[in-house]
Write a protein of this length. Structure first.
Length: 94
């Protein structure tokens, strides 16, 4: 069962696992991660963002997660946002 992490303020969530991916792959992420999404772990990914400035929420999720799971694909390899998010994780020692 998919569980959201706890609220850390401003609609941001603390989760065990933070999934990052290229937007072009959004339709393929859930099937590929079915086992994780059915686990007892809380999972965060940007599917839960409604609108507005999403960067602070993504950065908070990356910095606060226990496990960062990048989903690699052809689209992700050339996606600047994906590389930016990985750099945030690198700087946070995630």
């Amino acid at each position: 069962m998919l569980q959201l992490g706890g609220d850390i303020g401003g609609g941001q969530f603390l989760a065990d696992i933070c999934i990052i991916y290229a937007r072009a792959d959004a339709g393929h992420v859930p099937p590929a991660l079915e086992a994780i999404l059915k686990s007892e772990w809380s999972v965060w990914w940007d599917k839960y963002l409604v609108s507005g400035d999403y960067r602070p929420a993504i950065e908070a999720a990356i910095r606060s997660c226990e496990v960062l799971l990048p989903v690699w694909s052809k689209a992700a390899t050339h996606n600047a946002h994906m590389h930016d998010e990985l750099e945030i994780a690198r700087k946070a020692n995630a």
